[in-house]
Design a protein around this ligand. Sequence first.
Ligand code: ATP
Ligand code: MG
Length: 572
Amino acid sequence: MTTDDKASGATAEAGRDFIRDIVKADLDAGRVKEVVTRFPPEPNGYLHIGHAKSICLNFCIAQEFGGHCNLRFDDTNPAKEEQEYMDAIERDVRWLGFDWGKHLYHASDYFERLYGWAEDLIRAGRAYVDDQSQDEIRSNRGTLTEPGKNSPFRERGVEENLDLFRRMRAGEFPNGARVLRAKIDMASGNINLRDPVLYRILHAPHPRTGTTWKIYPSYDFAHGQSDAIEGITHSVCTLEFEDHRPLYDWFIANLNVPSKPRQYEFARLNLTYTVLSKRVLTTLVRDGYVTGWDDPRMPTIAGLRRRGVPAEAIRDFIKRIGVVKANSLVDVGMFEFSVREALNKTALRRMAVLKPLKVTIENYPEGQSEELDAVNHPDDPAAGARKIKFGRELYIEQDDFMENPPKKFFRLSPGSEVRLRYAYFVTCRDVVKNAKGEVTELRCAYDPATKGGNAPDGRKVKATMHWVSAADSIAAEVRLYNPLFSKLGPTGGEGFTADLNPNSLEVLTGARLEPALADAKPEVPVQFERNGYFCVDPASAPGKPAFNRTIGLRDTFAKDVAKDAAKDQALP
Ligand code: ATP
Ligand code: MG
């Protein structure tokens, strides 16, 4: 929650979704005194917008019902985990507007206790050391229709099991030589209960525990018990863990844990044109399909931030989509709606020409210029105004001129008159071309009586165009982003790179911006009038800013796709 939300007094919103209903009922019935939730990322990648759903849910529920939410790193697999990811995760959760206070934990803090519980299970005859290879374990696990086969090591005595497990811990055996398994039921209809692996041998240093441990607990063995240690009341996770719940409950029932947490599942976020799998995102970064985890095309929190998406827009989107129990695919257009809503309110208006075409105002005196008033935000007088310079040489957008316009084209064409925003009416008198026949310059005339944009004789124009002064504008690079995947529902499966959009990035090197944009700050998007919302990139070279397009003014991508499809069909 932001401080604003806190100040306004967040209210418990029971009735909003089934999880909040459960929490409310538990509090009302006195089953729970203080609500404690947790967000449990595995530090093996950066957070993405799917994680934001889980973060908002866990932190907001704690906030709304007067409890607290822990940030717990699920750091049980040192082979894939890195400090860089932990730092990025903390930064991103904070940036999203949430605060775990003193409640920062690591599953690795509990390794000793988890180990003790594993010995307890052995002593109770509920766990055994299995010498089968990984392949044997897999092939003896059975299938959805066939029961599994008991391991030949399943009936080992307690003393032998304890001895072997302690020697596993001491590092006597190589990786994969043995595992510790729970002794539950190899014929269970739920495969997760067919003697799941609790510990595996892994001779790998851990970012926090160093070389202390040669064995590491499985996710299933670590997760519920970590919840119990932290006094989590509602352990909220995504649907794929529904089938793990009986195992979660089995551990809680069979171990002497300090509290009895319960797990609840909700549908993970899936977005059109987007893959939210860390495995795929890691591949994109590692194989150079993007420039890094914070590439503005990535669905990561870091990428969205660099692109200019405000945290408020992400929170608003998550609130709009709600929390349900059935998986679905959310239209990325809904997310973009939230981004436009947030930016429309806050982004200052500026003028920038992305693909410049030179305009010379022939009847404007050479060497002269004047300052005009331009408002910073049409709906917010408090945002004030700025001065912009008008002179004899200007740039307009190439697309705003057509030599042979179709009927409904109201912008500039030979002989036509348009309004230049905040300035004057201008008429195109002449078109200058280069040897290749390309238009390189327009020779225009302005009407001095139309200063400010209205004609005293009441005559009307049908177009108002943005522009910048040639002498005062600054040069910039502008990066236009399109969806990273061109397929509506990319699965991220084998060969997923074929679904990548070859046009996800378009770089414009010759853009011209009004001088006020020299002061633009990263993470503070502005609206380039008629062009969209843009944000200066934090890695811009000094004196040569690069701007990222956060988002266009309207949803054109879906329309373009439809148009392309229609065009393809129309081809002979
Ligand atoms: P991946 O499946 O891509 O590897 P993960 O779920 O393993 O991601 P974790 O770091 O374990 O990544 O996720 C932390 C929490 O975020 C988990 O509770 C998980 O359920 C939740 N989460 C991950 N992806 C989504 C999503 N798309 N929508 C909602 N919650 C998600
Ligand atoms: Mg996970």
